[in-house]
Ligand binder design. Sequence first.
Ligand SMILES: *Cc1c(COP(=O)(O)O)cnc(C)c1O
Length: 387
Amino acid sequence: MTFLPYSRPVLDEEEIAEVVDTLRSGWLTTGPKVAQFEKDFTEFIGCKHALAVNSATSGLHLALEALGVGEGDKVITTVHTFTASAEVIRYLGGEPLFADIDPDTFCIDPEHVRRLLEEHSGVKCIIPVHYGGQAADMTALLALAKEFDVRVVEDAAHALPCTHNGRMVGTMSDVTVFSFYANKTITTGEGGMVVTDDEAIAKRVKTMRLHGINRDVFDRFTSKSPSWHYEVVAPGYKYNMMDMCGALGIHQLKKAHKFQQQRKYIAECYEKGFAGLPVETPGIVNPEDFHAWHIYALRLNLDELTISRDTFIEKLSEKGVGTSVHYIPLHRMPYWRDTYGLKDETYPQSTAVFNRIISLPNFASMTDDDINFVINAVREVATAHAK
Ligand SMILES: *Cc1c(COP(=O)(O)O)cnc(C)c1O
């Protein structure tokens, strides 16, 4: 039996050749390939600074650190995300406040954010997540940030490329962080990018990603002043990106738009293919905007089906279709639930959505046969178990 995985990275000969070139060059850690990748990234986004790191998690940590988030500071994020969006707040001793989501986009609900801002003093920052690659309501969130004088760090792990009313994600707020984890829209294996237009933030992130040293290793070995000399100005981290990863990033970035078009095509095929089934296809806010389509989350209409979401997933797996669920919300995770006393009732939208979502395969190298394989499997399971 053939099995179609949920996700598969798309790597071509040029990525392989670039990594081999890096291996032969004798320079493995942060160096010329990372510098090239960063330069290309600023042009791709249209931002001033792009700083490569070894993961988006590291990038989010550095972003909050650069904004001065510390002990007891409150930071608002969504429950409907990967734990990384919230754990970075705890790294710095901050206190997360969680908001529910918009039921159509699964992005943070600005009205809930407003209530949290009104109820709590000492909020320093908001971390919206562009769920699945569709931008959160940045117009509303940036207005709230201004009204309440808080900063915004975008978790753009899904959002390359992505726009909000024509504006590129990465150009709107204080800091934006992208992920190049193996299953993300482009990949460097592990990796991330911190993007900002703010000189001071960029400088701090650059220093803190490498031990708090105010001069990076590549600088030290290529500039005229003595290579042994450096200064430690803060207790930094070890979050720099390796050149082997930068080598992958250079070529992946060139294909980011092509990959997006392919994922969009898959979403369009699914939209047509699932017509008439007891399911809801993803809601689209502005069809003019770029949707990165990192996740294709199908919603089951459970009251029209005789089986649960979990059984639906089992049946798809029996038919050879790999799936996932994004996400088991944070208020259902023992650490977050128990530490912060989070309850299902506080997050009705996320709770309801969680019970009915399935993420379907939608990686850029899927063929028409693969797409039809998924459509047929979903159609068969839904039809066989319709009420
Ligand atoms: C993948 C992901 C991250 C973390 O990215 P890494 O590069 O693996 O650290 C953060 N937030 C969200 C929403 C993600 O999906």
